[in-house]
Ligand binder design. Structure first.
Ligand code: DGY
Length: 325
């Protein structure tokens, strides 16, 4: 059995600790790439062509690459989102995809709340004022922020992360919670007094709109110019989901014309955000570099779950969080 197991080959990309790589090495030959770029893409493809398992964060994979990987059985992504992976092509080839839900839920909800606090209280703008020596007198109304507590929080997509954001808002900040979801969420309604709304109604009523949906054909540009026009001019938009859920040029227009007051954005259409993007320079926008789950503890837990998924799938004990089983 051990010999049989050692005959597997695994390609690992990014974000794995030595202990995790060692655990993989106990059952397989491991080709590890700290990163894949033009300088080592040929080596990566040579390794992938023999691999039974592929594990990593921000994996780049397409149909042509899968054609070159006839032995591949499992792709274990170190992320909860898998919109960057070709699910249909994996399904057609019978390749198992596993992701890392749950372990990042609370951290990602923390990130959403950090952006809510920062946009409402203008933390980055005012920290920069201090840093740049601009704090010369008592600050006046031009630097005041907007309350968080008691404001209506609208959550688009009340899945695991959306529910964790709702808990923070309702229990920590006495915020009335509105949410959209395909079906109602009795637990949220009973425990937090949350109320389900149609998207247009949520946009019109919420003081803070937080996007927490996966990216797919249905959510592409869910927040477009029309949706932004439905929001209150005093409202803020928070996005910790995926950049393409929002029509970015329409958002830039709404933020510059006073259509909405502010935005807190962790995700963008193009990542890294191009340095010339107006979003990086606007005072009423707080941008972070896709750090939703980026804490030491959570990234470690995500990598460990991805390792367990891959080993479980290859050794037959079963993956813990398969996407397409
Ligand atoms: C996820 O896990 O999907 C996060 O967005 C990090 O990529």
């Amino acid at each position: 059995m051990a010999e049989q197991m050692k005959s597997w080959r695994i390609v690992a990309v990014r974000r794995l600790s030595e202990a995790q790589l060692e655990a993989l090495s106990e059952v397989a030959e491991v080709d590890y790439f700290e990163d894949v770029d033009e300088s080592n893409r040929a080596d990566f493809m040579a390794a992938l062509s023999k691999a039974h398992g592929l594990i990593g964060g921000k994996l780049e994979l397409n149909e042509a690459m899968l054609d070159e990987a006839p032995s591949l059985q499992v792709v274990s992504t170190i992320s909860v989102g898998y919109d960057h992976l070709p699910l249909n092509a994996l399904n057609r080839r019978g390749i198992l995809l596993c992701n890392t839900p749950d372990v990042l839920t609370e951290t990602t909800a923390d990130t959403a709340f950090a952006l809510i606090m920062a946009t409402q209280r203008r933390l980055v703008e005012l920290a920069n004022l201090v840093r740049e020596g601009g704090w010369r007198a008592h600050i006046g109304t031009e630097h005041f922020g907007v309350d968080v507590h008691g404001k209506t929080l609208g959550i688009i997509g009340a899945g695991r992360i959306g529910a964790a954001i709702a808990r923070r808002g309702a229990l920590g900040f006495s915020m009335p919670i509105l949410y959209t979801a395909a079906s109602s969420k009795p637990a949220l309604e009973q425990q937090l007094g949350a109320q389900r709304r149609e998207l247009n109604d949520l946009l019109a009523e919420a003081d803070i709109v937080c996007i927490s949906v996966p990216y797919n054909n249905d959510t592409h540009h869910l927040i477009d110019a029309d949706a932004l026009a439905r929001m209150k001019p005093t409202a803020a938009l928070i996005n910790i989901a995926r950049g393409k859920v929002v029509d970015e040029p329409a958002l830039i227009e709404a933020l510059s014309s006073g259509g909405i007051r502010a935005a807190g954005l962790d995700v963008f259409v193009e990542e890294p955000l191009p340095s010339g993007s107006p979003l990086a320079a606007m005072d009423n926008v707080v941008t972070t570099p896709h750090i939703g789950s980026a804490t030491h503890e959570t990234r470690e837990a995500m990598a460990q779950l991805a390792v367990n998924n891959l080993l479980g799938a290859l050794t037959g004990s079963g993956p813990l969080s398969p996407v397409n089983e």
